[in-house]
Structures are given as structure tokens and as C-alpha cells.
Design a protein around this ligand. Structure first.
Ligand code: SF4
Ligand code: SF4
Length: 118
């Protein structure tokens, strides 16, 4: 399995980190040197700015998460990196919990799954 995050769309909510049973994701500070250390193609690497539509949708939502915080501060903030995609068991838990709709999983027969927030 290959897993990556379309990082300009990641709000830092940590839902993926919280629900994944096999620790595929790590939450990192946005300026961490290994923030692009997954299989995301170049267009979806973190380059310092968010997708405007995602910012507009989530910037003012008050749900206890630190949306768009630079650093990972305990429960949320920062950015998600799929550091361990090979362990993914395709339980799909992250795919329905990702508020940025920015997780992409490719299985061993090249089927592609995109997260859609429930
Ligand atoms: S689908 Fe894969 S990456 Fe997502 S929560 Fe399940 S095991 Fe983790
Ligand atoms: S659930 Fe989606 S938006 Fe939230 S931290 Fe994970 S990848 Fe980012």
C-alpha cells in the first residue's frame, strides 16, 4: 500500500493520526525537515501555503482542533505525514475522518482511494 497526504489541503486536525490502527501517520511541524517524507507527488508536497478553499472552509471552525497551526501542539496542529504507508491495512478509517479530504491510498493492484469527509 502507498499512502500520502496532499499537504496543502491538510488542516492539521490529527484525525488520521488518531484513528489509524497501524500508525501510518505522524503529525509534524510544518517547517520540520522531514515534512515531505512520504510518497506525495511534487504538486502535493508542502511548499509553505495552503489551498485557499480549504482555509476558507476550516479556518474559523471551533471544534477543539488547532486548524492550520504551524506546530504540532499536542492533540493537533502541524501537518500529517504518511511515514508508514506500507503498514496500511486499508481499514478506511482515515478516509472518512480526513476533514481536508487530502489522503490518497493506492493498493497493490493500483486501485486509488481518496478521503471524503463524512
Ligand atoms: S486506511 Fe490505512 S492509513 Fe487509513 S486508517 Fe486504515 S490502516 Fe491507517
Ligand atoms: S485527517 Fe486529513 S486534514 Fe486532518 S491531519 Fe490528517 S491528513 Fe490532515
Amino acid at each position: 500500500m502507498q499512502v500520502y497526504v496532499e499537504k496543502p489541503k491538510c488542516t492539521g486536525c490529527s484525525h488520521c493520526f488518531d484513528v489509524c490502527p497501524v500508525a501510518v501517520f505522524e503529525m509534524k511541524d510544518r517547517e520540520a525537515p522531514d515534512v515531505n517524507n512520504d510518497t506525495a507527488p511534487d504538486e502535493w508536497k508542502w511548499k509553505g501555503s495552503h489551498t485557499p478553499e480549504v482555509t476558507a472552509k476550516w479556518a474559523n471552525v471551533q471544534d477543539g482542533h488547532k486548524h492550520f497551526a504551524e506546530k504540532h501542539e499536542g492533540g493537533s496542529g502541524g501537518i500529517s505525514v504518511a511515514v508508514n504507508g506500507a503498514s496500511c491495512i486499508l481499514c478506511q478509517a482515515c478516509l472518512v475522518e480526513c476533514e481536508g479530504e487530502c489522503i490518497v491510498i493506492t493498493d497493490d493492484t493500483n486501485n486509488v482511494y481518496h478521503s471524503i469527509y463524512k
